[in-house]
Write a protein that binds this ligand. Structure first.
Ligand code: F6R
Length: 656
């Protein structure tokens, strides 16, 4: 029944694995297996029992199931479903409830009988919780057990809400959510205070009892926990690792989520590259040399034949002749990523002996000045992630425009909004006719208890962030008329819908067409807990695909540079462009980040790491500079790094 291209397992991996280039293909295959099972059961006149997950991971699986229902007459008439979990307490019609999620993404769009859909109830009284959980287990048994259980994996390694420490024999029960899980959910609930502390979840045993289990993971932010689940020992600290004990479990990953597995990060530890269908090309060579340099804590040019041999890299020195030759390859690759002229130089001011402007490959390399478009998902990602480079591009005479993709209204606390409304109220500047409304707003906001739901309040919160962005851009020398606020509609929709549409793509396409950038900078930082950066990147991918299809002439000259921001840095071996910053530039960037006052010390989405954004930025770029220095390259105060894509190649890629 399985239609998965299973990988041949190596000795690091303790479970069967299928890896797809992108999450869409992966999700389609999972939906394909579900559909095949439903149909097979229908042919036999039997029911099919599916165990279902919520969260961002299965959204594309449900979209495909709905498509199969609409276009390929897949009927759910014989299907019974059991969901893994529900927040507790939470009513089923709250936008964040998993019942509501399932209705939005699946139940309301297919012919599933409502009485055959089951979720633990977030509204049972506390004293009935145990009986409710026992009844849930009984209902699964009475339905004949689960045929196919689909799962996501949380960053704590949880399956369902089986947080670290959940024992193997656990059944459906009330659990306390891990702080990391709560922080990941805080965006949907409008902040920490409103995020539930508990949930009802099927247990590890309830999950392992299913006849078939498929765990899905997409995106680089899952890569490390996926590696622990697949390559680590079975242990209750990473409950997904229990799947290793299941006779019919499968891990389905996209390339990004598989990125930390030994087969991808350090394939030379598995065996000869040739045997794995890999080669010592420039990238692989660089990756191995950087790995070795960090392992031995030696600059690249000091690595010896013995170092290579001891680390099992004889293959590499053989491929390149000697350690000396290999070292030079790695060293020059890294050196060539560094430039202080990210947009190229004014040819009129060129002097003999100038260092070459290296990492610009595109036909636009000689164009000066360039049209540069910086895409910032939230209003502060531009300065947080690439504030130093932004200032340089402006100072070096390029036409820099910034497009802010979403309003970011959801991240403004009521307390921060109250301060501004109270100022307007007391300033005497407000229209007297509005004073009653202002009073009401201030009163409603001062307790900071009500979640920010009114569209009007959200619009004003968006405006607050807009002015912070304008102020920050001024620090970087970018004037207001060079700023574009796209307010992409997907962000304004229901919190967990996490889908974008034509209107989002059209808004970005129109800007690209109008501005015709030579350089596009975009967030490739997919670790953000709320998923907005990923959606923005997908919107860009679709907009570039449209431009490619239309053979937009500007596209042939354009280059795309992806930056990473507050949550992650590019691994050294993936960096194509490294822009060094002076101490003064670091301070200027800090001033720009400070303009985002509502995000200072009270941001809602800081995640596991409690440092403020400016601190993360400075630590990250300083650490990167130290890493370059550790490789034997020059010592800089800080570095901002980028990965390059040709826009058309990016548009066709499913890696994100
Ligand atoms: C959801 C569930 C959780 C999620 C996990 C990953 O029903 O039980 O285990 O699967 O938290 O969430 P996403 O997919 O949003 O990354």
């Amino acid at each position: 029944m399985s239609n998965f291209p299973l990988l041949e397992r190596n000795h690091h991996e303790h479970g069967p694995l299928a890896v797809f280039p992108g999450s869409l293909e992966a999700a389609r295959s999972v939906a394909g297996e579900m559909a095949a099972l439903i149909r097979a059961r229908a042919r036999e006149g039997r029911a099919c029992v599916l165990g279902l997950a919520t969260g961002s991971t299965p959204v594309s699986v449900y979209a495909e199931l709905v498509r199969l229902h609409r276009e390929e007459s897949l009927s759910f008439a014989n299907v019974t479903t059991f969901n893994l979990d529900e927040y507790y307490p939470l009513s089923p019609d709250q936008p964040q409830s998993y019942r509501r999620f399932m209705r939005t993404h699946l139940f309301d769009h297919v012919d599933l009988h409502p009485a055959r859909t089951h979720l633990p109830s977030g509204t049972v009284p506390k004293h009935e919780v145990d009986a409710h959980c026992a009844a849930y287990e009984e209902a699964i048994r009475a339905a004949g057990g689960i045929d196919l259980q689909s799962l996501g994996i949380g960053r704590t390694g949880h399956i369902g809400f089986n947080e670290p420490g959940s024992p193997r024999h656990s059944l459906t029960r009330l659990v306390t959510l891990d702080p990391l899980t709560r922080r990941d959910a805080a965006g949907d609930f409008g902040g920490d205070a409103a995020t539930p502390r508990h949930a009802l979840t099927m247990g590890v045993r309830s999950i392992l009892n299913a006849r078939r289990v498929i765990l899905m993971a997409w995106g680089q932010h899952k890569a490390d926990i996926v590696r622990q689940a697949i390559e680590g020992e079975v242990n209750s600290q990473v409950t997904a690792s229990f799947l290793q004990e299941h006779a019919n479990a499968l891990f389905v990953l996209d390339a990004a989520a598989a990125g930390s597995l030994t087969r991808h990060r350090t394939p030379w530890l598995i065996g000869s590259l040739a045997d794995q269908g890999l080669a010592w090309n420039e990238r692989m060579t660089r990756r191995a040399i950087l790995w070795l340099s960090q392992l031995k804590q030696k600059p690249i040019l000091k690595l010896t034949d013995d170092d290579y041999n001891e680390a099992g890299l004889q293959d590499l020195t053989r491929a390149h002749g000697s350690a000396y030759e290999a070292n030079l390859i790695g060293f020059y690759q890294m050196q060539h990523t560094i430039t202080g002229w990210p947009g190229g130089r004014d040819p009129a001011r060129a002097k003999p002996g100038d260092a070459p402007v290296r990492p610009l490959h595109a036909p636009s390399a000689a164009v000066y000045p360039k049209r540069v478009l910086v895409l910032s998902p939230h209003p502060d990602d531009d300065v947080i992630s690439m504030g130093g480079t932004l200032c340089r591009l402006v100072d070096q005479g390029h036409a820099v425009h910034i497009a802010y993709e979403v309003s970011g209204a959801g991240a403004v606390s009521n307390e921060a909004a109250w301060r501004l409304f109270a100022f307007v109220r007391d300033s005497g500047l407000a229209n007297p006719a509005e004073s009653g409304r202002l009073d009401a707003f201030c009163a409603g906001l001062s307790g900071d208890t009500a979640p920010p739901t009114s569209p009007e309040l959200l619009r004003w919160k968006g405006l607050i962030r807009r002015h912070e962005a304008i102020a920050a851009a001024r620090v970087c020398g970018v004037a207001e008329h060079q700023l574009h606020f796209l307010d992409l509609p997907f962000y304004e929709a229901e919190p967990r819908s996490r889908r974008y549409g034509r209107a989002d793509v059209a808004a970005l396409s129109a800007l690209l067409e109008k501005f015709q950038p030579h350089l596009i900078y975009a967030a490739g930082d997919l670790d953000d807990p709320h998923g907005t950066h990923r959606l923005c990147l997908h919107v860009l991918r679709d907009a570039l695909a449209l431009a490619t299809e239309a053979r937009a002439p500007w596209l042939t000259e354009a280059e795309l540079w992806l930056y990473r921001g507050a949550w992650a840095e590019w691994p050294l071996d993936e960096i194509d462009l490294a822009v060094p910053l002076s101490p003064q530039e670091v301070l200027r960037r800090r001033r720009a980040i400070f303009r985002h006052e509502t995000q200072k010390d009270q941001a809602l989405f800081l995640g596991e790491d409690r440092r403020e954004f400016w601190q993360r930025t400075e630590d990250r770029s300083r650490r990167l500079a130290q890493a370059y220095n550790g490789l034997g390259l020059a010592e800089y105060e800080a570095i901002e790094a980028f990965k390059r894509y040709a826009p058309a190649e990016f548009a066709a890629s499913s890696a994100f």
